[in-house]
Structure formats: C-alpha cells, structure tokens
Design a protein around this ligand. Structure first.
Ligand SMILES: Cc1cc2nc3c(=O)[nH]c(=O)nc-3n(C[C@H](O)[C@H](O)[C@H](O)COP(=O)(O)OP(=O)(O)OC[C@H]3O[C@@H](n4cnc5c(N)ncnc54)[C@H](O)[C@@H]3O)c2cc1C
Length: 351
C-alpha cells in the first residue's frame, strides 16, 4: 500500500480482514492525509473534513467494524444562509453545497451530516489501532517513508523508498492523489494514464477561530453561511456538532479564497464585520491545503475506466482515493475497500 489517507487505511483494513500481510508506506509523519483533528483548550478543531453525509452508509459500517459506532454524533443545527454583503438570506437545503461547488445529491443532504464525538480523526485513530493490533509481524504502518517509484518485479512489484531501500509485494494499492500516481503509471506505459492530469485539486484555506460567546454580536442561526470573496463560507463549528467548544464559547471556521495577507487576520476581520464580533479571537488556527478537494472533468469516468482497464495487464495493482471515485470521505472508504477487493481477486486468480 502506498498512502495512509483514509482511502489507504480503508484498503489496508479490507486486506487485513482477508488475512493479507500488509505494509503501508506514508510520506508524512502522521496517518490520515487531509483528515486532521486538533484539540486546544477544550475545543475540537478540524483542519480538513468535519463530517460525512448521514445518508452514506460507509462510515457507520466501518465504525461498527472498528467498535466505535457509539462515537458517531449527529449534526445539531440545521440550515445555512447566504451573506449578501449587507444581510443574511436563508438558503434552501443543499444550497450551500451548490454555491461552494460540492457535488452531492439533494436527497442525500436532507438527512444532514454526521461526525465523531472527538472529531473526524477518531476514525483514523481507530483504523490505525485496528490495523496495527491485528498484525504482529513486520511493522504495518511505515510513517515518514515516501515511495519514490514503482516497478514490476517478477510476478509482483518492487516499491522504491526515498532514502534507497525497497519493498517487494505481490500486489499494490496506490492510495495517492491522482497527480502523485499519474507519473508512475505513465512510466509503466499504462494507456490513458495522462487522463489523470485532468483531475485538478483546488487550493483550500480554512481558519478556525475561538471566541467567548459574549464576543459575538449577532445570533448564530443554523450551521453557518456562504459568503463571497475572500470569505467563501463560514461554519459555526460549535453549533454544527456537539462538543466542539467549551460552554460559553464559540468555534467558527472560515473558508478563504487565496488572498494576500495573513489568513487568520483576514478571517477575523471579515467575520467581525459580518457577525459583529467584539475584540480579538482567543486564538486562531489556519490550515492551508495547496491541493485540497479534487474536481473532475466531464469525461472523468471514461478516462478512469480506460486507465483501470490498462492495469489488467500488469501485476495486481489498484488505485484508490479522492482523485478517482469521489472526493468525500465516504467515497474514499468505498474506493479503498473496492481497491483491496480488486487486488485480492486478481491475486487469488491463477494466471
Ligand atoms: C479542507 C477540506 C475539507 C473537506 N471537507 C470534507 C467534508 O466535510 N466531508 C467529506 O466527506 N469530505 C471532505 N473533504 C474531502 C476528503 O476529506 C478527502 O477527499 C479525503 O479525505 C481524501 O482521502 P484520500 O485518502 O483519498 O487522500 P489523502 O488524504 O490526500 O491521502 C493520501 C496520502 O498519500 C500520502 N502520499 C502522497 N504521496 C506519497 C508517496 N510518494 N509515498 C507515500 N505516501 C504518499 C499523503 O501524504 C497522504 O497521507 C475535504 C477536503 C478538504 C481538503
């Protein structure tokens, strides 16, 4: 496995359940990819995703397998508004997602979102504990170990690791962003691998800001609002899910378009003007994703099918993650588990 984001961890989980010996190479010193939860002074701060659609079955199913189903929390507040520049206007259900360019079905939005009591990273932690606890042989999760390239080796694969070592495997799952996997696939001569260059990852800057509740001059109605530029949107994090801020405090999360200046100061200035905030935040925390959410072109499905078709002539290899089968966390879990099942099917079939 290469990549320990949620797709890679879900794939590793599926492979372990089938009894395969798994090694996951992850370039960063921590697992989870864009799923990051931090705790500070009793607040729970999300750097990436803050929830999944309640209508999607993948996360409850995985949470049940990991024994953390009772940690799932439902969205508390409902409804979002649009800031017109002078006033808030209510948005119909799904309107915020539509304005932000997030692809979801309106029917899926009706049942709201879910998260975990301790934030989204609880899922990552439980997966890692389940995985590491389940395999006692070679270290399963190898952090700070970037894969540098892949090549066929006998009937399987050799993965070069930055620093000079190498790892041999019967089957390989690349749970990497499309821009990271594409050059390797091109080098292997996989037809249509170039199509993956059409998956464009948009930059995303989020700023979480903590305030005392009495600093906020306007009532916070619903889950937040959609704005314009540079403040694209704001989530009232402490209204949306339980336990995100201590009593008497508020946690806001601003989504900014790339703009000059310090994101923390910009977010506070914009929010102060809109929400009538008095005084400075207790603290703020910015996360800057230079390549955040992937967007697909219209012909994505056909291009991807052609790439996957081209993998069939190689040793067992599968692709998983947001760059391929949907950007949401649930879709990434589905994609990871599907990739694991695909290599298992190839592997068990005599050639
Ligand atoms: C700001 C933001 C907010 C979001 N909000 C939501 C939300 O509310 N709900 C929702 O459902 N989705 C949301 N998403 C989308 C969702 O979180 C992601 O699409 C999903 O988590 C991606 O998972 P992944 O495993 O495919 O990729 P990643 O998380 O990108 O994982 C890929 C991993 O591969 C590693 N890697 C890369 N190159 C190498 C290499 N050469 N060798 C080894 N390892 C390597 C990376 O370090 C990384 O850990 C959000 C995304 C962002 C950025």
């Amino acid at each position: 496995m290469v990549g320990a984001g949620i797709a890679g961890l879900a794939a590793a989980w599926e492979l372990r359940k089938a009894g395969a010996a798994v090694t996951v190479l992850e370039s960063e010193p921590r697992p989870g990819g864009v799923i990051v939860t931090e705790r500070r002074d009793g607040f729970i701060v999300e750097g990436g995703p803050d929830g999944v659609l309640a209508a999607e079955p993948e996360i409850p199913a995985l949470a049940a397998e990991l024994g953390i189903a009772d940690r799932i929390v439902a969205q508390q507040a409902r409804g979002a508004s649009r800031w017109t520049g002078t006033a808030f206007e209510p948005l119909e259900e799904g309107g915020a997602a539509q304005l932000l360019g997030i692809e979801t079905r309106a029917s899926d939005l009706a049942s709201g979102f879910r998260s975990f009591a301790g934030g989204m990273e609880e899922l990552v932690t439980a997966l890692v504990e389940g995985l590491v606890g389940a395999q006692h042989a070679a270290p399963l999760l190898q952090l700070g170990q970037p894969a540098a390239g892949i090549g066929m080796h006998g009937t399987g694969w050799r993965v070069a690791v930055t620093g000079g070592s190498a790892l041999d495997a019967d089957a390989l799952v690349l749970a990497l962003p499309a821009y990271a996997a594409r050059p390797w696939l091109e080098q292997l001569g996989v037809p249509h691998a170039r199509a993956l260059a059409d998956v464009v990852y948009a930059p995303s800057i989020t700023v979480s800001l903590a305030y005392r509740a009495n600093q906020i001059g306007r009532p916070l109605e619903g889950t937040g609002f959609v704005g314009g530029t540079p403040l694209r949107a704001c989530t009232y994090a402490s209204s949306k899910f339980p336990g995100r801020a201590p009593d008497g405090h508020v946690l806001l999360r601003a989504f900014l378009a790339p703009a000059p200046g310090e994101p923390e100061q910009l977010a506070h200035a914009e929010l102060s003007a809109i929400l009538g905030i008095g005084g400075a935040p207790l603290w703020s925390r910015a996360f800057s994703w230079t390549r955040g959410l992937p967007r697909y072109r219209d012909n994505h499905a056909a291009g991807l099918a052609a790439v996957r078709g081209g993998l069939a002539r190689l040793a067992p290899l599968a692709l998983a993650g947001a760059g391929y089968d949907g950007a949401g966390v649930s879709a990434c879990v589905r994609s990871g588990r599907g990739a694991a099942r695909a290599v298992l099917a190839r592997w068990s079939r005599p050639s």
